[in-house]
Design a protein around this ligand. Structure first.
Ligand SMILES: NC(=O)c1ccc[n+]([C@@H]2O[C@H](COP(=O)([O-])OP(=O)(O)OC[C@H]3O[C@@H](n4cnc5c(N)ncnc54)[C@H](OP(=O)(O)O)[C@@H]3O)[C@@H](O)[C@H]2O)c1
Length: 219
């Protein structure tokens, strides 16, 4: 598949590298490619990009036009505007991994949309011709692509979408990445629950002492 990953943070990089490793043609979209690639140092995007020459880096506007799948790995508050800048074609599947975090009131962050709405639904309303699928937002980037790094992958990965074909496409990709227990939460409205998992997740960091944890449905 041709996959556009919008986002150059740890999630964008981690997913882009793993999806390219699976043989997909991956493009990463960023606001200003020259400025983003100029970020050097051990954690700089330029250093990462040099180590992953199979991944193309372009402006958001050029990144997604011919993509079969677009991944939203932008910060939550930038997602609606960022997707608009990416000019994604009608009917494209959008895998939304973003969380609607609001750190403006201190730590841990709260959610800027919750309970009766979700970021995924906001994106779907803003771009009704996209097929939005919420998934992977309940775990750190490392587990998105290396589920076996925790409990041999024995945890749950939620998927929420209104479009059955889009949900099946993402579920198949999740299986390719090694996710063993993909839990279909239902329509996109169920992203309210998937995003709300962030509230206990953020509190657990202090309890666990590292971010390498996620949720498992015991049944
Ligand atoms: N970190 C994790 O392990 C984790 C786990 C689950 C879910 N998530 C969610 O995944 C998403 C990505 O997380 P992250 O930690 O990789 O990165 P992040 O720091 O939350 O976001 C970085 C990306 O957001 C873009 N961005 C920021 N402000 C923007 C604006 N005003 N307009 C357009 N783009 C803007 C940046 O674009 P440029 O490239 O142009 O600078 C960059 O690509 C977030 O929504 C986060 O909540 C993160």
């Amino acid at each position: 598949m041709r996959i556009a990953v919008l986002g150059t943070g740890v999630v964008g990089r981690t997913l882009a590298a793993a999806l390219a490793g699976l043989g997909h043609e991956v493009t990463v979209g960023t606001r200003d490619p020259a400025a983003t690639l100029a970020r050097g140092g051990p954690d700089g995007f330029g250093t990462w990009a040099a180590a992953h020459p199979q991944v193309t880096v372009t402006a958001l506007a050029d990144s997604a036009a011919d993509a079969d799948l677009v991944v939203n790995a932008l910060s939550g508050d930038a997602s609606v505007a960022g997707l608009g800048a990416a000019a994604i074609a009608d009917d494209t599947v959008l895998l939304d991994v973003a969380n609607p975090l609001d750190a403006s009131h201190g730590m841990p962050p709260s959610l800027f949309v919750a309970n009766t709405d979700s970021l995924a639904e906001q994106l779907q309303r803003a771009y009704p011709r996209l097929r939005v699928v919420k998934s992977l937002n309940t775990m750190p980037a490392r587990l998105m692509v290396s589920p076996h790094d925790l409990a041999d992958g024995d945890f749950s990965t939620f998927v929420c979408a209104d479009d059955a074909d889009a949900k099946a496409l993402v579920s198949s990709l999740l299986a390719d990445l090694g996710h063993r227990d993909v839990v279909d939460l239902g329509g996109l409205e169920s992203a309210r629950g998937a995003e709300a998992f962030m509230l206990p997740w953020l509190r657990l960091w202090g309890v666990v002492g590292s971010p390498l944890y996620t949720f498992k449905v015991v049944r």
